[in-house]
Every structure is written in C-alpha cells, then in structure tokens.
Design a protein around this ligand. Sequence first.
Ligand code: ATP
Length: 237
Amino acid sequence: MAAILELKNVDAHYAGTQALFGVDCAVERGGVTTLLGANGAGKTTTLRAICGMVRRTGEIWFDGQRIDGKSTEDIVRMGIAHVPEGRGTFTNLTVQDNLNLAAHARRNRAEVARDEERVLGYFPRLKERLRQQAGTLSGGEQQMLAIARGLMLKPRLMLLDEPSFGLAPLVVREIFQIMQRINKEESVSIFLIEQNAALALELADDAYLIETGRVVMSGTAATLRDDDAIRRTYLGY
Ligand code: ATP
C-alpha cells in the first residue's frame, strides 16, 4: 500500500512557541493510522499543520501532491475532511442545515441529496433528528453529526481529533464501529488522534506515538499494543 498522506520533517510554530519538531509520519491509502500521545504532546497541532491552520515548515504530501503551500480551503477541496476537537458543528442550526452547509460548495444538488441519504445510512439517530437544533443533540449525536458533515465533503482522507472526548463508553464504541464501516465501505483513509489508546489501537492498522512535539515510536498498531512502555503508560495494564 502506498501512503495517501505523508509528513516529512514537519515543524510547527505558534507565536513564539515551537510545538512540532521534525515530525515524520504517514497514512496508508485505505488504512487507519492513529497518533497517540499525552495532553499537550502535539496531536491537534499535527492535524492543524496538515490543514494549514498553523505556521509550519517541512513537506506534506497528499495523494502525490505537495499541500504544505496550499490554503486550508484548497486542502479541503482536494479531499481532506477535518473533524476538529470540540466538533465544530453549528449548534444553533438544525442537523439538516449543518449537513447542507458542509456540502454548500458542491454544485450538483441531486448528487448532494443522494450523498445525504448515504451518509445518514450510517447514522440512523441523526436521520430521526434532521429538524432538531444541533446544540440540543447529545454529545454522542453531536460527534456523529461532526463526522457526517465531514463525509458530506466526499473526502478521501478524514482527520479525526479525539472523537471519544467526553462520551460514555457505549457511545464511543458505536462511533468507532461506524468509523470502521466508513473506512471499509467508503474507502476513506483515516488519521485518528486519540487519548483512548486502547480503542484507537483496536481500530488502527498503524500507530505513532508523539511526545513533546516529536514522534518517538511508530509501527503497526499490534507492535505498539505489545510494547511494555506503551502498555504501562497509555493502556494502563
Ligand atoms: P490535547 O490532548 O490536550 O489536546 P495535543 O497533543 O493535541 O493535546 P496540542 O494541542 O497540539 O496538543 O498542543 C501542543 C503544544 O502547543 C502545547 O504545548 C500547547 O500549549 C501549544 N499550543 C496549542 N495551541 C496553541 C495556540 N493556539 N497558541 C499557542 N500555543 C499553543
């Protein structure tokens, strides 16, 4: 399998602070890669660097093209959907309007309507709540809406920032099962950031560990799961 996304020697800076130091990582085409790390390690910043939302240097390649000089808008248009931390849905709009807005740049409305049907097929709970204000959805439903919005862009790669955050274990499991189906049935590659290392390593094919802005370990998810230090620090057994 060839990589659909590759970061080579990526540094990232916020005003006055360097948050990433020479990050190298890749997501295989059709695969799921997870980036693990403690609070403040640089996981969210890595996604922001991919999307052009933070000042960065180094090379970022998507599907054979360099994207590190492109605007966030162009990067999204190329087929990368970012489901941010905090979900980024419009809480005062309905579920339906959130989905429509995600597809506003697409001109073929009949195709958009078909996609909405297809996307809602993964999320029956949202289908039942199309006219409900997004802000009144449960946390799990809001996370589902955030993923559904990303899918409306017909992405080839989804960047998911802590989809399990603040959710009950059963809902988290449901969301992870849906992501697994999306990965297989839609051939969408996934770059997943998670604090819940056990779940992330179950879903992922490959994994990276980031500490204070540097990748310190990488390999198959199985390799990281079997590593003693990872087990002790991130899996808790
Ligand atoms: P968490 O799991 O807590 O979200 P993370 O691994 O996603 O953590 P980042 O949010 O990428 O970590 O943060 C990496 C470093 O960059 C931290 O030291 C953080 O304080 C710093 N940082 C993040 N966002 C900003 C910002 N907007 N301005 C300045 N520094 C920032």
